[in-house]
Write a protein that binds this ligand. Structure first.
Ligand code: VAH
Length: 315
């Protein structure tokens, strides 16, 4: 049985950095090859192999998979919701072609497993706003949501038609302190902590009452690894699992921060990202993930706020 050898594509991104470090703790540093178009994130330096790789170059990717004896691929590279609206063609092309390249190679090389994240951004204004179910009316109105929903069906197709064991989670907005998010509508929930500490004030690009599904990065990383380690027989959803933890609005997270930084002040200047946020559900029903592979979140808003401020203060 070949030793597990994992390739993380997009390893220098917000999820990629933490997922690479977590996988290295489990499988061993040398067994996890980190890759990105960008240069190696500082937090990854010295923790294991790193290759510069463009996931859109299918031939080069295929060569790396063979040369490195890769058995699993985690594909995290994507253009997120806000940036995607500025460049729809590029977002559609990158988000879908990168996945098709990986799925094709997984099929040809009979890779053991593939991970590819989707997002609650697949839901649109016609989906239920509260406790949005796993299966419901799904009509995405952002390029990011369209590309992620289309990608879910490609995952399902490659699993059913070719037996590729590809697994996926619909992440909510993710909050982390180790690496910055890029181009997302939920990024305010990360920026607010940095600016609260540096400036004691923050101008939110979403309105006060915009409640969105959110999750602390440690929960998201654990969910990803628990999903990938679950028995294939328990994975009933081969498009992508709803995944949830909490929901909160800018006003609610500001109130929680004020408990730690009394002088903190928030103002609101909604921009084009308000319309994106308004098209998404305010809360998600993730009972399928809880039933099929035992998912449960650990961090609530007070816990996230305390941990974020503690760690950012130490930086
Ligand atoms: C975004 N952070 O804002 C991502 C996420 C649910 C939001 O997919 O685009």
């Amino acid at each position: 049985m070949m030793k597990d050898k994992i390739l993380v594509i997009g390893a220098s991104g917000q999820i990629g950095v933490e997922l690479t470090l977590a996988l290295r703790r489990i499988y061993g540093n040398a067994q996890v090859v980190a890759s990105d178009l960008r240069e190696e994130n500082d937090l990854l330096k010295g923790t294991g192999p790193y290759v510069s790789l463009d996931v859109m170059n299918k031939e080069m990717l295929h060569v790396q998979v063979i040369r490195q004896n890769i058995t699993q691929i985690y594909l995290l590279a994507a253009i997120l919701s806000a940036t995607g609206e500025k460049n729809p063609g590029l977002a559609w092309h990158l988000n879908t072609q990168s996945l098709l390249n990986v799925l094709d190679i997984a099929r040809e090389e009979q890779l053991q497993k593939v991970y590819w994240p989707s997002s609650i951004a697949v839901f649109g204004p016609t989906s239920p706003r509260q406790n949005c179910p796993q299966q419901t009316i799904i009509e995405p109105v952002t390029v990011y949501g369209i590309s992620k929903y289309a990608g879910e069906f490609w995952c399902n197709y490659y699993n059913r038609r070719f037996g590729v064991d590809v697994r996926s989670l619909r992440y909510p907005g993710l909050i982390s302190y180790k690496s910055s998010p890029g181009g997302g509508t939920t990024d305010y929930a990360v920026e607010i902590f940095n600016e609260a500490l540096e400036e004691k004030k923050y101008t939110s690009f979403l309105s006060a009452g915009t409640s969105l599904p959110m999750m602390y990065m440690p929960d998201a990383i654990r969910a990803t690894i628990e999903l990938m380690e679950a028995s294939a027989a328990n994975i009933a959803v081969r498009t992508s699992y709803n995944l949830a933890a909490i929901s909160f609005s800018p006003a609610e997270i500001a109130a929680e921060i004020k408990k730690h930084i009394p002088g903190f002040a928030i103002t609101y200047e909604p921009d084009y990202r308000q319309a994106i946020a308004d098209s998404w559900p305010q809360s998600i029903d993730d009972s399928a993930a809880r039933k099929d592979w035992g998912w449960k979140h650990e961090y609530d808003l007070p816990g996230i706020t305390a941990d974020m401020l503690l760690n950012l203060r130490q930086e």
